[in-house]
Design a protein around this ligand. Sequence first.
Ligand code: NAP
Length: 451
Amino acid sequence: MTSENIAALLSTKQGQIEIAKRPIPTPQADEILVHNKAIAGNPVDWMVRDYGFGITEYPIVLGSDVAGVVEHVGANVTRFKVGDRVLGFAGVLATSKADHGAWQTYTVVKEQAATVLPSAMAFEDAAVFPMAMATSINAFFVQFGLPRPADAHSTIFSPGTECLFIWGGGGAVAASMIQLAKALGFTVYTTASPKHHDRLRRLGAAEVFDYEDANVVNKVLDKVSSAGLHLSHAIDNTSKKDTLLATSEILVRSGGPSSKLVTLLDWPEDMPCPVQKFSFFAFTTFAEHADLAGWFFNDWLAEALAERVIVPAPPVVIVDGGIGSVIKVFDRIKAGVNGVKVVILTVTKVIVVEAQVGPASDKQVPRVKQIPAWVEGPAIDELLDELPDYANVARVDAVGRGECATLAHISASNSMDSSRPHLATSRTAASTQEQRTTFPKYGASGSTNRS
Ligand SMILES: NC(=O)c1ccc[n+]([C@@H]2O[C@H](COP(=O)([O-])OP(=O)(O)OC[C@H]3O[C@@H](n4cnc5c(N)ncnc54)[C@H](OP(=O)(O)O)[C@@H]3O)[C@@H](O)[C@H]2O)c1
């Protein structure tokens, strides 16, 4: 356990964010303490920072999406144990407690807001889910009132009998919504920029339409009716006036005025709504619908991830610099992202993928040592000590999956470890230049970018 908690502290309402140490939180009886390895940003992060809504106590730590390792469990926790790899929804927007914010090394998460990860799932990939899935389950099971499926392989509709329209399929929330809707048995129609169309079909959308197409409403209606279906459920992820009008028109013309429309932002008060409209805050799911949240996050999602009914999406962009990059992340999301989730890693991720451990002169049969591992801080030393002195090449993924660098690059890039420059000199006799090689084994989805 690292002994300090580095946090992005927002000191006052609409104030400045500063990186500071704060005490490691203590979980309550129904909570777990997560040592965050990856933290993802959401639009609400910068909105709360800039507009000051929602939070009643300062200083505060914002953020909702974490993935990491369980460090401690509360007295009543039964579903998790120390050492579990988990994703979790950080509930700061509900509680206004800094301990519940994501943007720090350690976050306290409610038991029913966490999911055990498959062993092969990278933390940065897992961090895409908490906010997106909390929003999705509230839309489907609370606002639409749909029944729960028996398990991750069971639908609630016979395929081809019910359809869902999602305006704005390209974003982070939509990637979870599309997959969950497909798993429930919906035929999914959505809109997105053309560059996302193939990706969204792979996630489960039956048809994807360009929202810039002036005839998009008629095209959606034609497809739905040619499939012999009627749309009575829709979600508008964009929730601007023009998209709300278009989405509600599709619903009225297909399913009639009793159709249900979920909006992720409020419907404007000065605009009449021709269908039943619903809006909500995702963070309320855990307090107001704790049983639903626990069923979904503890059981259904764990099974769905393990069996790849649900896969990490959208692609992740990792911003270097750890928690210290929080302002960069917020501002990047504020400027607008297109079909990616912006994530930071709290630790330098080091995976020794290949080290020739034979003597330099022994060119004929270099033995190869493979040590895939997550390591951080002092553990880097321990990992390097496992390699014999004559290890002449060690290619290490210190810069992200699928990219490899030499040990020299590790020490240069390891911002949490700048006190140990010897790593740059003692191990790099044969490889003083940064090398980058693609190792497909560690770039499974090929989806991670860095900036
Ligand atoms: N009520 C809640 O509790 C709740 C929870 C989560 C999120 N939200 C809100 O829901 C929205 C989506 O969240 P997110 O995390 O998914 O955001 P996001 O990933 O930042 O969404 C970006 C996507 O929005 C799409 N988009 C922008 N304008 C569009 C338009 N006119 N028509 C169709 N698509 C458009 C873009 O699609 P292209 O790339 O195809 O252009 C882009 O990929 C945000 O406003 C967020 O604040 C609300």
